[in-house]
Design a protein around this ligand. Structure first.
Ligand code: HMG
Length: 388
C-alpha cells in the first residue's frame, strides 16, 4: 500500500503588485527583482481576507469532491497565527462543514510546518488506511517597508488530501533532517512583520539543504540520479536555483546548466507571480510542476527540500502516480491566477497597512476578496467569517 498526496489545490488573493512598480517607486532596477531574485509579482491579501478564508478557499474543491464527512483529521500549518490558543483550522472546520468527529490542530515551525503536517498525515493514514487527512498550509508573508525583504512578500494557501493509494504523489517514508537553533528569520509575538537577517538566512538555507541531504543519503537507498525533478521551499525563485546548483555540486554530478534548470523550472512558475506564501510555497511549487510539465511525469521520482527558518530542513522523496493528470485542478488554478487584478503602489500601501483592529470594538471590513469566504468583521475580539 502506498500513502501520499491524493489531491492538491491552492488559493491566492485576487490582488497583486508587479515588482516593476515597486522598483520604480524605490528607484531600483526592476531586473534586480525579475532576474536577481527571480520574482515578477507578489500577491496582497484583501482587507477581508486572512489565513482562514484563504485556507477554506484552497480546500473547497477537495471537500466538494470527497464530501465533508470523509475527513478524519485537519492539520493546519501556518506562521501567520491569528490566535495563541484557538487553532485557525477550527474556523475552517465550520466553514467547510467538516464532521464534528474530525480532529483539528495547528502546527508551527516557520515555513517547514506543512511538511511536518504532511508526514504526520502519512503516518496517520499508514496506521488506518481508510482515513483521509486534510493538510492545509496558509500564510501571508510580510516584511517591513523599504527593507530587502519587502519584494519577497506574498500570500497563499494550499490544501492537500492525504490518503492511501493516492492519485498524485506517493510519499516515501525515509526523510533526512537538519535542525539547528539559529536566528535567520523570526517574528516575535508582538510584531506583525518578520525580522530577518537576509543574507545569513540564504546561507543557513543552503547549509540545511546539504545537511538534510546527507542525512537522507544515510537513511535512503536513493541517490541524486534517481530523481527526475526537485521541489524546493520557495521564498523567491532564485533561492531554488541556488539550492539546486549547490546540490548538483555537492553530488559531483555532471549536468549542464540547462539540464539543472530543467529539473526545477516548472516548479517556479506559480510562485514567481504569487510570491512567498511561507508554509504553502513548496506545495504550490509542486502543483506548478504537476500542472505545467508537458512530459508525462508518471513514475518519476521527485526530491523535496522543505525549509523553515529558525531552523528545520527536511529532504524527502515521492513518486508521481500514473494517471495523475486526471486528479489535478489545472484549469481552476490558471483561471484564478488570470483573474487577479494588478494594483498600484498607493493601493498596495493601503492593503499593507490594513490590520485587524485590536481594541475589542465592533468593526466591519471592506469587501475586497473574490473568494467564497470573507472575514466580514471583528467584534469583542471575535473574528466573524461568512460564506459568500
Ligand atoms: P538584497 O540584499 O536587497 O539583494 O536582498 P542583493 O543585493 O543580494 O541582490 C539579490 C540578487 O539580485 C543578487 O544576485 C544580485 O547580484 C542581483 P546573487 O548574488 O544572489 O546571485 N541583482 C541584479 N540582477 C540583475 N539586475 C540587476 C541586479 N541588482 C542586483 N540590476 C535578500 C536579497 C534575499 C537578502 C532579501 O530579499 C531578503 O532579505 N529576503 C527575505 C529573506 C529570505 O527570503 N531568505 C531566504 C532564505 S530563508 C527562507 O527561505 C525562509 C523564509 O521563507 C521564512 C520561513 O521559513 O518562515 C524566508
Amino acid at each position: 500500500m502506498s500513502v501520499g498526496i491524493d489531491e492538491i489545490s491552492f488559493y491566492t488573493s485576487n490582488y497583486y503588485l508587479d515588482l516593476k512598480t515597486l522598483a520604480e517607486v524605490q528607484g531600483t532596477d526592476p531586473e534586480k527583482y525579475y532576474t536577481g531574485i527571480g520574482q515578477e509579482k507578489m500577491g496582497m491579501a484583501a482587507p477581508d481576507e486572512d489565513i482562514v478564508t484563504m485556507a477554506s478557499s484552497a480546500a473547497l474543491p477537495l471537500i466538494e469532491r470527497v464530501g465533508p464527512e470523509a475527513v478524519s483529521t485537519l492539520l493546519f500549518a501556518t506562521e501567520t497565527g491569528i490566535d495563541q490558543s484557538k487553532a485557525a483550522g477550527i474556523y475552517v472546520h465550520r466553514l467547510l462543514g467538516l464532521s464534528s468527529n474530525c480532529r483539528v490542530v495547528e502546527l508551527k515551525q516557520a515555513c517547514y510546518s506543512a511538511t511536518a503536517a504532511l508526514q504526520m498525515a502519512c503516518a496517520l493514514v499508514a496506521r488506518k488506511p481508510d482515513c483521509k487527512v486534510l493538510v492545509i498550509a496558509s500564510d501571508i508573508a510580510r516584511y517591513d517597508l523599504d527593507t530587502p525583504g519587502e519584494a519577497t512578500q506574498g500570500c497563499g494557501a494550499v490544501a492537500m488530501l492525504i490518503a492511501s493509494n493516492p492519485r498524485l504523489v506517493s510519499i516515501d517514508p525515509e526523510v533526512g533532517n537538519h535542525t539547528e537553533d539559529v536566528m535567520d528569520f523570526w517574528r516575535p509575538n508582538y510584531r506583525s512583520t518578520a525580522l530577518v537577517d537576509g543574507k545569513y538566512s540564504t546561507k543557513i538555507y543552503l547549509k540545511a539543504l546539504k545537511k538534510a541531504w546527507d542525512n537522507f543519503r544515510d537513511v535512503s537507498d536513493l541517490a541524486f540520479g534517481d530523481f527526475s525533478r526537485f521541489c524546493y521551499h520557495l521564498p523567491f525563485s532564485r533561492m531554488a536555483q541556488k539550492a539546486h546548483q549547490q546540490l548538483v555540486r555537492h553530488n559531483k554530478v555532471g549536468l549542464s546548466a540547462d539540464e539543472q534548470e530543467a529539473q526545477i523550472s516548472d516548479t517556479l512558475l506559480y510562485n514567481r507571480i504569487i510570491g512567498n506564501s511561507y508554509t504553502a510555497s513548496m506545495y504550490i511549487g509542486l502543483t506548478s510542476l504537476l500542472e505545467n510539465t508537458e512530459e508525462d511525469l508518471s513514475g518519476k521520482r521527485i526530491g523535496f527540500f522543505s525549509y523553515g527558518s529558525g531552523c528545520v530542513g527536511e529532504f524527502f522523496s515521492g513518486t508521481v502516480v500514473a494517471g495523475y493528470r486526471e486528479a489535478l485542478h489545472t484549469e481552476y488554478h490558471q483561471a484564478l491566477l488570470a483573474a487577479r487584478r494588478e494594483i498600484e503602489h498607493d493601493e498596495y500601501l493601503q492593503l499593507y497597512r490594513n490590520q485587524v483592529p485590536a481594541d475589542g470594538g465592533e468593526h466591519r471590513f471592506a469587501e475586497g476578496t473574490t473568494g467564497r469566504f470573507r472575514l466580514a468583521g471583528i467584534a469583542h475580539h471575535k473574528r466573524e467569517y461568512v460564506i459568500c
